[in-house]
Design a protein. Structure first.
Length: 238
């Protein structure tokens, strides 16, 4: 798995913190890691972006960012409004492929969900995954509404012949409600793939050393972790 594309079922689902956890677990397993942010929006030139946050939490990763737009909008919209050149899927794929020649693992983090547009032609992160023939990790929310968005994302990936690697819950609440607990069984059912992890709410607020030490415990062995989905489900399910 030299390249792993990471998408969310929407915004604010914990995609960047999950990317950091995957990077930290890979580093702990002795792998070299690069993180590629295809298009960063809503951040000023002098502010740290998502790739910088991954590096802060995970440690010694190579970071790359192809474009940055100031307004917190979809990349295609943000590029148009800023009068700047958009990022195209082939640009992202080429950058990831180059990084993969120098690293054991390249994590390509999208913006928002799978079909958020990069350019006026409708290019998306799904197109990037297709060009790279790379598996896609889906980060989902824990609670009510997540089954619909997760199943839609899984169906779109399969309709394109893409490999859905698994689902990670990006923020597992300290006191999960009934919907969240039931979703531990329902998410694998609607997505057709296993849960590969669950990050505790507030994980991104941990000190970097604590984050790096804990990260493998939030992720399944396929992601270089030790998390046991069945044990977690037995403990948390209603």
């Amino acid at each position: 798995m030299p390249v792993l594309v990471i998408t969310g079922t929407g915004t604010e689902v914990g995609k960047t913190i999950t990317t950091a956890a995957v990077a930290a677990s890979a580093l702990a397993a002795g792998r070299s890691v690069a993180v590629l942010k295809a298009a960063q929006t809503g951040v000023r030139p002098d502010e740290p972006g998502d790739a910088d946050e991954v590096a802060r939490l995970a440690g010694a990763v190579t970071t790359a960012e192809l474009a940055r737009y100031p307004e917190p909008l979809a990349p295609a919209t943000a590029a148009r409004r800023a009068g700047r050149v958009p990022v195209h899927p082939r640009d992202v794929a080429e950058a990831a492929a180059k990084l993969s020649t120098e690293h054991d693992l390249v994590l390509v983090e999208g913006a928002g969900g799978l079909l958020v547009r990069f350019d006026a032609a409708g290019g998306t992160l799904a197109d990037v995954a297709g060009l790279l023939a790379a598996p896609v990790l889906v980060v989902a929310s824990a609670g009510l509404g997540t089954l619909n968005t997760t199943e839609l994302t899984a169906r779109e990936l399969r309709s394109r012949g893409l490999d859905l690697a698994g689902v990670v819950i990006g923020s597992w609440p300290q006191a999960p409600d009934l919907a969240s607990r039931c979703n531990l069984a329902d998410l694998p059912d609607v997505s057709g793939v296993p849960l590969l992890g669950a990050l505790p709410a507030g994980a991104g607020a941990l000190a970097p050393a604590g984050f790096r030490a804990a990260a493998p415990g939030w992720l399944a062995p396929r992601l270089d972790g030790t998390w046991d989905a069945e044990a977690f489900r037995r403990r948390e399910s209603p």
